[in-house]
Design a protein around this ligand. Sequence first.
Ligand code: ZN
Length: 362
Amino acid sequence: MTKIICSPGSYIQGPGELKKLAGYYSLLGSKGAYLIVDAFILKTYKDEIISSFEAENIPYSINEFGGECSMREIRKHVENMGEYDAVFGIGGGKTLDTAKGVGICYGSSPCIIVPTAASTDAPCSRLSVLYTEDHAFDQYMPLHRNPDMVIVDTDVIAKAPVRFLMAGIGDAFATYFEAAACEKKNAVTMTGGHCTKGGMALAKLCLDTLYEDGLKAKAAVQRQVSTKALENVIEANTYLSGVGFESGGLAAAHAIHNGLTNLEETHHLLHGEKVAFGALTQLVLENRSAEEIEKAVRFLKACDLPVTLGDLNLADADDAKLMIAAESACAPDDTMGNMPFEVTPADILAAMKATDQIAKQY
Ligand SMILES: [Zn+2]
């Protein structure tokens, strides 16, 4: 049996890292850096981003992210990149996935990922998630290698909206449960191999870190300061969850997320917010212990993450509507098949409604 664990070439986390990008670029390229940057981040942090390139006289090209990680957006940047020999993605998950598509899938250039919020576990993985122009889940785009570097500036994360950090906790919360399901099923993970002890250990450490430091980190970001707890949660959301999901595998939680993206009512929600509900639904689907489910509901609620259908803007949704999400979650090319028992759309519908009812009790 082949076992595989994948990770980025380097994971770098600390205060003030945004002002050091040119130094890291110099380790990987020489002709100039192609930067894809979120519009808001460009407005707020342009001086910090370009300061080291200016100081070290390294050519760079700044390009605003178009707003959706789609095939069209990726192709646009591949065409624009020209002679630049490394691509940076600076911003949220979709910007980073776009940069990975540009650098790794089409350009074969070194790829440096700079998340400006700890809102998803996308930064470290060898995977981009593509969406349609209408913001519905399109497909997973597997890449042949992980990013060369992932650089996280903790000062920037501390000043990002608290909702982003909480969404990252929602995404990271699912990691252990999905990896555990995959291990039980002996499923092939996102790496194309089976899970290692290392992958499982990181996934478990991710969950333990969230339960221990999640709410302390929330408090830190509410006051826009960086603390040890915030540093721990940034690492959990970004690295532990990133390597954990990729090398541990995805299962029901993300499949339910993908199903929910078909319902327009949920389009205002962040990835990790929908994953949080997906994770809770997976626990109900697995019939985990009452204590474990109560602990999860109370924690996710305290993180302001969705635990009921009402929280997902689906309070008025009838069974036919919920069934659209449930059926999509069970699509053969999604990860529901990694659950260690057979799951039908009717099982998902029942678990979503039961989750809603249980969560209302706490
Ligand atoms: Zn995710």
